[in-house]
Design a protein around this ligand. Structure first.
Ligand SMILES: Nc1nc2c(ncn2[C@@H]2O[C@H](COP(=O)(O)OP(=O)(O)O)[C@@H](O)[C@H]2O)c(=O)[nH]1
Ligand SMILES: [Mg+2]
Length: 697
């Protein structure tokens, strides 16, 4: 029965701080579940999840990878997510596919940092339940109590389900506090034996069990009453309340292990099946009907109309572009016709695929809730919705990743320009945090991303996948030039030495225009002092000066020029002589009009913890920023909105990181142009003149 199939699904994202041991947990789960015959290892490059060369070189996850296993007749889709801040947006995207998470942390204390805190916040926002797994208990100074403190520090309420047996190198198993049974592992083999717990742990087990029962009861009114009356709670009652409390996010069940030594994974698989919800247990997904604009919803019902959300895209060298999606409702099967409802494009599903690390296997069909990949769709990007043409729905797209840092990319060989741009656009399909544009003025390709490490990886991928080598440089600030005053000047060009001469004579009046108005030319010549056919040449002569600037080589904008007088010569005047005359007159008048530099001003949204607000605002002021407002974001954070000159925030990310101990976040976008203050303009002009001289030397 298909509905039963849905109830047997678990989509589990393995999340947590970078380096916590997540990928090892994911590999160990595959091994424990029998999905692979060999335990893949991050450290020797055999992990089923960290398969990209950029990941293997760094021994760290950069992009989420998927695999699946079967456990007690349940199908578990595993997503191994990155944990370092530069790649955390990818973990966030994966939460749209997850019905629950395994939150991995280590036992040495102080291990959860900003990323774990952010993840925990997102789980709350999206209503995704978690079980926590304290791994690496075989390490020196490991103590599960450290992990419990860490969890409390990020706002989680831990419910410890197990006690470790043996410390550090002697760690070999766990005691299940509810059943009272011990699971002891033989070496690193993953072979487990169940039995009575060691006698010397009896007191500890009793106390820990008491603490657990209390935590479970506190989250359940009916149980709490019984508990306070001293009534013994049955195993069934406790089990059900544990599941309900965990799914409601009232506490987080905590399990113990050492994934690297294959210890503690079977109980974790049990917890995934017993405590985390199936897609059928979750709220319906809401979306819009693109035809009517009505709000509609979809439950994970295999008999409902088909809908699916694309949460990830993989550009595979062999299979082409793979769209990875969560089937939200209905079924997906080979040869299914549907639409990309966000773009109103018809699409046809070839074969649904199950992802198995870097491999894929075809499946005939998949039901609501399941995760599959589809190759070679025509026009589908991450964040799009596929749906039944007769029942269209569009789910909200993926959240934007903050564009925190920008660099100019310079191809090492000029001939690679086109290839670099194409490669970057292919990479953008996979990487929702990468943005690329060509600055029309500076002619640079500018790439923006979440951090330096992110863009370094982009460059490595560009080289590996497309064979193009580039360098990262700080982008140039696209300054502009304009005038503040008005003036009149003559431009006269006269060459009359033998043969046919040159003669052009113009009188121009310049004046400022409003910001963003560009350039206007007015023909105010009366009485034919300049013949009609030369007037376009006058305008052309001026327009040719504009892009190259006069003050410091930046484009001239926001001014008007009126041609109001002049003279000509019957024989010597030509278009060329009027073009030259006009450009001379324009330059002369421009210098007389109080020319100034304009600089781009960015709108910034900076999210910081309350206690850092003063420092961050002070710093924004010192960067010539104007704070426009501060709004509370909840959970102790504030959003500062400010206008700041682009030149002052080219390298803001590392500074914000150190001011907020890594807890701040920001995004910026272009707002408008403003005059550069004179003392700063002077420096820019000097520098520009120096490089001009250099270039001409
Ligand atoms: N001693 C020990 N080391 C572990 C264990 N699990 C992971 N590690 C090591 O910790 C490092 C980070 O692990 P990894 O799974 O890549 O962490 P991730 O960044 O959270 O995915 C690797 O060098 C692992 O070998 C464990 O249970 N015991
Ligand atoms: Mg990892």
């Amino acid at each position: 029965m298909p509905a039963e199939e849905v109830a047997r699904l678990r989509n589990v994202a393995v999340v947590g701080q970078g380096g916590a041991g997540k990928t090892t947990v994911a590999d160990a789960l595959l091994f424990a579940g029998g999905a692979v015959s060999r335990f893949g290892r991050v450290d020797d490059g055999t992990s089923a999840f960290d398969t990209e060369p950029e990941e293997q070189r760094r021994k760290t996850t950069i992009t989420a990878a998927l695999h699946h296993l079967a456990w007690r007749k349940h199908e578990v889709n595993l997503i191994d997510a990155p944990g370092y801040s530069s790649f955390l947006h990818d973990a966030r995207n994966c939460l749209y596919a997850a019905t629950g998470v395994v939150f991995v942390l280590g036992p040495t204390g102080g291990e959860v940092k900003v990323e774990a805190e952010k993840l925990w916040g997102w789980l709350g926002e999206l209503g995704i339940p978690a079980v926590a797994f304290v791994t690496r208990l075989d390490r020196e100074r490991a103590d599960v109590e450290h992990a419990l403190k860490d969890l409390a520090a990020i706002g989680a309420k831990p419910a410890l389900l197990q006690l470790p047996i043996g410390r550090e190198g002697e760690f070999r198993g766990v005691v299940d506090l509810l059943t009272g049974r011990a699971h002891v592992y033989q070496g690193d083999s993953g072979v487990v034996q169940e039995g009575a717990p060691p006698a010397e742990l009896a007191d500890e087990v009793r106390a820990a069990r008491e603490r657990l029962v209390e935590t479970i009861a506190e989250a359940n009114d009916a149980l709490l009453e019984k508990y306070l009356e001293g009534v013994e709670l049955s195993a069934d009652e406790l089990g059900a309340a544990l599941r309900d409390g965990a799914r409601a996010g009232k506490f987080v069940p905590v399990l113990c292990g050492a994934a690297g030594r294959a210890i503690g994974l079977h109980p974790l698989l049990d917890a995934i099946v017993d405590l985390l919800p199936s897609p059928a247990d979750l709220k319906p997904w809401e979306g819009d009907n693109p035809k009517t604009g009505d709000r509609v919803e979809r439950t994970a019902d295999p008999t409902a109309p088909f809908s699916a959300f694309v949460f990830k895209t993989i550009v595979d060298p062999f299979a082409g572009r793979l769209s990875v999606l969560r089937v939200v409702s209905g079924r997906i099967h080979a040869d299914l016709n549907c639409i990309n409802s966000a773009r109103d494009v018809r699409e046809r599903i070839g074969h649904p695929l199950k992802l198995e690390g870097k491999k894929q296997t075809q499946v005939a069909a998949a039901v609501a809730g399941d995760i599959v990949a589809v190759a070679k769709l025509k026009d589908v990007a991450s964040g799009d919705t596929l749906s039944d043409e007769k029942a269209p729905i569009v789910f909200a797209p993926l959240p934007d990743a903050p564009a925190a840092i920008s660099f100019a990319v310079a191809p090492k060989s000029k001939a690679d320009d086109e290839k670099v741009m194409q490669g970057l656009h292919r990479l953008m399909e996979e990487d929702t945090a990468l943005r690329v544009h060509r600055d029309e003025q500076t002619k640079e390709f500018v790439v923006s991303g979440t951090g330096q490490l992110h863009l370094e990886v982009v460059i490595e991928r560009l080289k590996r996948k497309f064979g193009t080598e580039v360098e990262l440089k700080a982008p140039k600030v696209p300054y502009k030039e304009t005038i503040k005053g008005s003036a009149k000047a003559q431009g006269k060009y006269k060459r009359q030495t033998g043969g046919r001469g040159q003669y052009g004579d113009t009188w121009l009046e310049l004046g400022p225009l409003g910001r963003g108005k560009g350039f206007e030319f007015e023909d105010g010549v009366v009485g034919g002092v300049i013949p009609r056919n030369f007037i376009p040449a006058v305008e052309k002569g001026i327009r040719e000066v504009l892009p190259h600037g006069i003050l410091a080589g930046y484009p001239i904008v926001d001014l008007r020029v009126k041609l109001y007088d002049g003279s000509y010569h019957d024989v010597d005047s030509s278009e060329m002589s009027f073009k030259i005359a006009a450009s001379m007159g324009f330059k002369k008048a421009f210098e007389m009009c109080k020319p100034v530099l304009l600089e781009p001003i960015m709108t910034m949204n900076v999210v910081v913890p309350d206690e850092c607000m003063g420092d961050v605002i002070g710093d924004l002021n010192s960067r010539r920023g104007k704070v426009l407002g501060v709004e509370p974001k909840g959970n102790g954070q504030e959003v500062i909105k400010a206008h700041v000159p682009m030149a002052e925030v080219l390298r803001y990310a590392p500074d914000l990181r150190s001011m907020t101990s890594g807890r701040g976040d920001f995004a910026l976008e272009f707002s408008h142009y403003e005059e550069v203050p004179p003392h700063i303009a002077e420096k820019i002009i000097k520098e520009a003149q120096a490089t001009r001289v250099e270039r001409h030397a």
